[in-house]
Design a protein around this ligand. Structure first.
Ligand code: HEC
Length: 120
């Protein structure tokens, strides 16, 4: 009985620790994504996009104000950043095809998407 209880305790603790670790790496990814979003030599997304509920030092207006993105499927967000032309079947856009043209790596786009997922 005591062994079973100890085992349960260990399981509970390890479950808690692994959930916390996941939450941590998630937060780190969001932070990295936000940095890429707002850094001129990286995504430079703020050059064209304002974001609902967030303030940046300066934002452009060429692109739509981003809102409600947390409701978008992750894959749709990834594809939009990777290559908005293919994602939307359009030929002309001010927005660069960040993945297709090698401006951002797969890992960087994943981080940006993690950040976009926090936009209400
Ligand atoms: C040079 C301007 C420009 C830059 C830089 C830019 N975008 Fe865009 N973005 C646009 C435009 C314009 C649209 C509207 C799509 C179109 O062209 O029809 C758009 C659309 C979007 C959409 C779809 C929004 C919606 O409500 O439909 C998302 C998401 C997005 N951009 C994310 C990003 C991210 C993330 C970055 C940076 C990695 C970025 N954009 C950089 C101009 C830009």
């Amino acid at each position: 009985m005591k062994i079973a209880r100890n085992l349960l305790m260990v399981l509970t603790i390890s479950l808690f620790v692994s959930t916390a670790a996941f939450a941590n790496s998630d937060a780190a990814l969001v932070k990295e994504g936000k940095h890429i979003f707002d850094t001129k030599k990286l995504g430079n997304c703020t050059a064209c996009h304002a974001v609902e509920g967030m303030t940046f030092n300066s934002v452009g207006t060429q692109g739509p104000k981003l809102k409600g993105l947390k409701y978008w499927p992750t894959k749709t967000l990834y594809n939009t950043v990777f290559d908005i032309y293919a994602a939307r079947g359009i030929k002309i856009s001010a927005m660069p095809a960040f993945g297709r043209d090698g401006w951002l790596s797969d890992q960087q786009i994943r981080a940006v998407v993690a950040f976009l997922k926090t936009i209400n």
